[in-house]
Ligand binder design. Structure first.
Ligand code: HEC
Ligand code: HEC
Ligand code: HEC
Ligand code: HEC
Length: 152
């Protein structure tokens, strides 16, 4: 996934580039979205699906699955393995919104202040982000933009 990272905040108090933190870190502040996502989205259960198939695959084949069935695979601070990075084993919030560590830091520091923080996370994911996993043969293609309504 080549989507641009969010801009650094001017005060320079947050991670840049940001790292992946995993969906459970988003729960406390975005409770409604989080719960709906975990209950309703198949993305939140990709690990379950894929783990059933892994024993039949070579190590190299397994790595190709993680590009689309985990969060931030091959990127700084992203998925490494189910053991090392369990919170990134599904397709989580950050697969679409980008790595969240800077957002977490800035929200914890600034949410009580009047000044809104600089944009630290992608509000509206680029359709290109979806297309990196939803290739034409996997539910993507010309209709991909319409899927936006099903994001969460
Ligand atoms: C400490 C609380 C907190 C945590 C933790 C947190 N957020 Fe947020 N987030 C907020 C607040 C408050 C806003 C609204 C800020 C605004 O409107 O500018 C927000 C806004 C957003 C937005 C919209 C951005 C925009 O510019 O309007 C997205 C997307 C988002 N959060 C995703 C996430 C994701 C993904 C995570 C986990 C990686 C996360 N948040 C964790 C507090 C938090
Ligand atoms: C280019 C991205 C991409 C790669 C690589 C990829 N997948 Fe998928 N996979 C998807 C998408 C997107 C879907 C959902 C759309 C669909 O079903 O076609 C999906 C669906 C699935 C499903 C079906 C889940 C269900 O609800 O029925 C399974 C199981 C699965 N993939 C396993 C794998 C395994 C195992 C690998 C590695 C050998 C792999 N995938 C590689 C993107 C990918
Ligand atoms: C499949 C991609 C995808 C995933 C996964 C995803 N989002 Fe989003 N999210 C979107 C899209 C697309 C929008 C913009 C919707 C719009 O503006 O029409 C959005 C908007 C948002 C917003 C701002 C608008 C609102 O609805 O309040 C927040 C906050 C947010 N997401 C948080 C999260 C959190 C937290 C998670 C994980 C629990 C998550 N998202 C998972 C695609 C995703
Ligand atoms: C990191 C890869 C990845 C990205 C990025 C991604 N998806 Fe997905 N998405 C998947 C996989 C894998 C599945 C299938 C899960 C399954 O069936 O087990 C899926 C399933 C879906 C579904 C089926 C319904 C459901 O319950 O999950 C929709 C709708 C969807 N994605 C929309 C989007 C949109 C819109 C975006 C971009 C904003 C997006 N996806 C980005 C991997 C991805």
């Amino acid at each position: 996934m080549e989507a641009a990272a969010p801009a650094p905040d001017p005060a320079g108090e947050t991670d840049f580039p940001p790292a992946y933190v995993g969906s459970p870190s988003c729960r406390d502040c975005h409770l409604e979205i989080y719960e709906r996502f975990v209950r309703g989205s198949k993305k939140a259960r990709t690990r379950e699906q894929v783990e059933k198939m892994l024993p039949k695959l070579t190590g190299e084949e397994q790595q190709t699955c993680f590009q689309c069935h985990a969060t931030g695979y091959g990127q700084p601070g992203g998925f490494i393995s189910y053991f090392q990075t369990p919170d990134l084993g599904d397709v989580g919030c950050e697969a679409c919104h980008g790595p969240g560590s800077a957002h977490l830091q800035s929200q914890s520091q600034w949410q009580m202040q009047d000044d809104p923080p600089a944009e630290t996370i992608r509000r509206r994911p680029d359709p290109q982000t979806c297309a990196s996993c939803h290739t034409p043969e996997r539910g993507g293609g010309p209709d991909a933009v319409r899927m936006f309504s099903g994001a969460h």
